[in-house]
Design a protein around this ligand. Structure first.
Ligand code: ZN
Length: 411
């Protein structure tokens, strides 16, 4: 990939994604796949005014080895220095940038105790995560890893596959410098403006219920809280700093009332979770709770996702994505939720988003929960959008409004 294009992409992540502030610290989390790009990104963060940029390298095969040799108790540990590190994050609120590049099958066959341990660590980490929620900028973007590229393009040679995945990532991130104009930052400003218009319209409708129907069998309703608000594109920290948490992002999303989902939804894309695939699955809900589910492939992983805690049986997110999304039209299945969730309408099991509740700043976690916002240690998106998906909305005063027809916006 051309250096100039990659530089623009790095700048997009630093400026639009994380919107690194003058004097702010930055933490970049990356695998060993694209060290040259990480170097570019770190430089762009400094150019944006970062005080200090720290890179945390990860390497998936090591995760597997640790899981094989460590006892579950050791795997579950969050040591005192790790807690000190988390506390420092709470105190200094760095901008956090995560570069995804993992092999979708990289943790296949990993020891079961790994997931139990991950769950225990997540519970210990949660207070720290809650303490920085909405207070710092963060961004997830992708770079091609070798194994990921070979998974998508098994017949290509290694370099060719990586190059093709770069093209896919940059196109769908509106950053190839051609498809959406020469300046990715400007392309993102236009895209954000469109998403914000749609969210404004949806919020003005004062929707209280969504009804989903598709020929694959999806037949499902979910209610929104009176305070549910749709969000899309850029986000703001409580201090007012604008940032784009996901590159790419195509969704208008909100959090529903967790007690209200009813009916059955069929997944329309495989779900890649922690290096394992779940394919052809459905979930049935009763009064908000997932009561029955079945996967042709990856049943145990789906059991794990839903069984993490009580809250992971309930929905925390509903998201609308039209079938014209560049990710969907690219026809590429990325085996990565960052991309695949932005190819189609989706739901998420697990935690809801505080910022999707009007007036959340003045509400305690308990009050938000009381209103219907879900809470959980997990948050897992799964895709249910199809070419013939219809969604109707019912407004506060009982009017039915078409929201989606044939898989795309009806307005
Ligand atoms: Zn989403």
């Amino acid at each position: 990939m051309k250096k100039t294009v990659l530089k623009q992409y790095a700048r997009l992540i630093a400026k639009m994604g994380g919107n690194v502030q003058k004097g702010q610290d930055v933490v970049v989390v990356a695998s060993l796949d694209q060290p040259e790009f990480v170097k570019m990104l770190v430089e762009e963060c400094y150019r944006a005014g970062a005080r200090k940029v720290r890179v945390e390298w990860s390497y998936q095969p090591l995760t597997k080895i640790h899981a094989r040799y460590q006892k579950e108790k050791v795997l579950s540990e969050v040591t005192e220095w790790e807690k000190a590190k988390l506390q420092e994050m709470v105190d200094t609120l760095p901008c956090r940038i995560y570069l995804a590049s993992e092999d979708p099958d990289g943790l296949k066959g990993i020891n079961r105790k790994f997931f139990k341990a991950a769950q225990k660590r997540a519970i210990i980490n949660k207070p720290y995560r809650d303490a920085i929620d909405n207070k710092h900028q963060w961004c997830i973007a992708a770079v091609p890893g070798e194994a990921w590229a070979k998974k998508l393009y098994p017949k290509m040679r290694k370099q060719q596959a990586i190059e093709q995945l770069w093209k896919d990532i940059l196109l769908t991130s509106r950053a190839d410098g051609v498809t959406f104009g020469s300046d990715p930052v400007q392309a993102w400003e236009e895209h954000n403006a469109d998403l914000k218009d749609r969210c404004r319209y949806l919020n003005e409708l004062k929707l209280r219920k969504l009804t989903y129907k598709a020929s694959n069998g999806t037949d499902f309703t979910v209610e929104l809280m009176p305070e549910s608000r749709f969000h899309g594109g850029s986000d703001f920290t409580l201090q007012g700093v604008e940032f784009n948490p996901n590159i790419p992002s195509e969704e208008a999303f909100t959090s529903p009332d967790r007690r209200t989902a009813n009916g059955i939804v069929y997944a329309t894309k495989p779900l890649s979770y922690a290096g394992q695939l779940i394919e052809n699955f459905w979930i049935r809900f009763e009064e908000g709770r997932a009561v029955e589910w079945k996967a042709e492939v990856g049943q145990d992983v789906l059991d794990y996702i839903i069984g993490q805690d009580d809250g992971s049986h309930y929905l925390g997110e509903v998201a609308l994505v039209p079938k014209e999304s560049p990710i969907n039209t690219s026809g590429v299945l990325f085996y990565n939720t960052l991309f695949d969730e932005n190819a189609a309408c989706h739901l998420a099991l697990g935690a809801g988003f505080n910022e999707c509740v009007e007036g959340f700043q003045d509400l305690s976690e308990e009050e938000l929960f009381e209103k219907g916002l879900n809470d959980s240690i997990g948050h897992t998106d799964f895709m249910i959008g199809s070419d013939d998906l219809s969604i109707d909305g019912v407004t506060e005063d009982g009017k039915t409004v078409p929201i989606f027809r044939n898989g795309t916006w009806a307005f």
